[in-house]
Ligand binder design. Sequence first.
Ligand SMILES: Cc1cc2nc3c(=O)[nH]c(=O)nc-3n(C[C@H](O)[C@H](O)[C@H](O)COP(=O)(O)O)c2cc1C
Length: 366
Amino acid sequence: MPPKRKAPTTDEDDDEYRKKRDRNNQAVKRSRVKSKQRTEETQQTVNDLRVKNKVLEDKIKHQTKDLKFLKELFLAQAQAKSDKLVGVNLAELLKSSDEETDEADNKESSRKKCSSGSGRSAGSRRKAGTSKIDLYEFDPIPVLEEKEHIPFKGATVTLDADPRKAAARFYEIVNDRRSVRSFSTRPIDSTVVEKCIHAAGCSPSGAHTEPWTFCLVSDQNIKEQIREIIEAEEFVNYQQRMSKQWTTDLKPLRTNHVKQYLSDAPCLVLIFKQTYGFKADGSKKQHYYNEISTSIAVGILLCALQAAGLSSLVTTPLNCGPALRSLLGRPTNEKLLVLLPIGYAAEDCTVPDLKRKPIDRILVKY
Ligand SMILES: Cc1cc2nc3c(=O)[nH]c(=O)nc-3n(C[C@H](O)[C@H](O)[C@H](O)COP(=O)(O)O)c2cc1C
């Protein structure tokens, strides 16, 4: 509050009053400058803290991911040595942190979805080929029934009695395979495809879990619905989700979002990997290496189809898995791995004149 002005008496008094007022004004000015400085300093501190907070958040995110990876590694090791861990409840031991990391992952992915405006980004997803090892209660009884071990003579059914001729014949068959993107509508005998799927089911699998489901679609109406789902997603894939490099690398194959072959090919086979299975009592059963196992089965299916004179195309429709799974009424433990249109190549079908690597570029002998 400014000092109350007294009635001036003498010149001396007047002078004294002016000096006091000036001193007062100077003090107010200094106080204002100081206050402004303090506000700026506080603002700077807030900004610095915000930056530090962001750095810490990123660090937590990365450490959470590292922790999750280490935990999966630990679990894989622990499962392998489960006989030495009797009495240790691994699921309970790692429960809370697992829930947290899952939640963090979900939050992170929904944040990314919101900020990008599009669906899953390729970078935010788990790397192809790595599978999540879920938490299961240790069960001392193996899922696979104990069986007698029986004598085995080795491979007896071959393409030729002479192993060189047999191997050469098989090479001829598979070397004749090409990815076909233009199919004839000519009908096929679906029992032939069924037998080929039967052959694919002979594939080896992690701990003999046979983690695959083959859906054979011959119904034209369902094929059209599948085409509709895939073309809508592929339009977005080509426009937004796939990187410029990816679409550039695909140019020589002349692919785009239009998938005429999905309705032309007489049948489609959708192959699902089962990320886990169920025991007789309904509890979850681990499916080790389910993706590798199912991929090997797909390889056998491709060979079988080729040997039976049918053509196909391996397709991996990005972002279509859940919609196709629900269209076919498949359960949530099944994830779409690949979709194969199967049939005969159209009369005017062409393929890029690709060359395969020679044997000396793929084989290293020791
Ligand atoms: C894992 C995998 C995914 C593929 N995805 C697609 C696809 O989505 N669309 C497509 O037209 N071709 C796809 N292909 C086919 C490849 O483009 C094709 O195999 C490659 O160009 C070699 O040609 P070839 O099969 O005639 O030897 C895929 C192949 C593999 C093995």
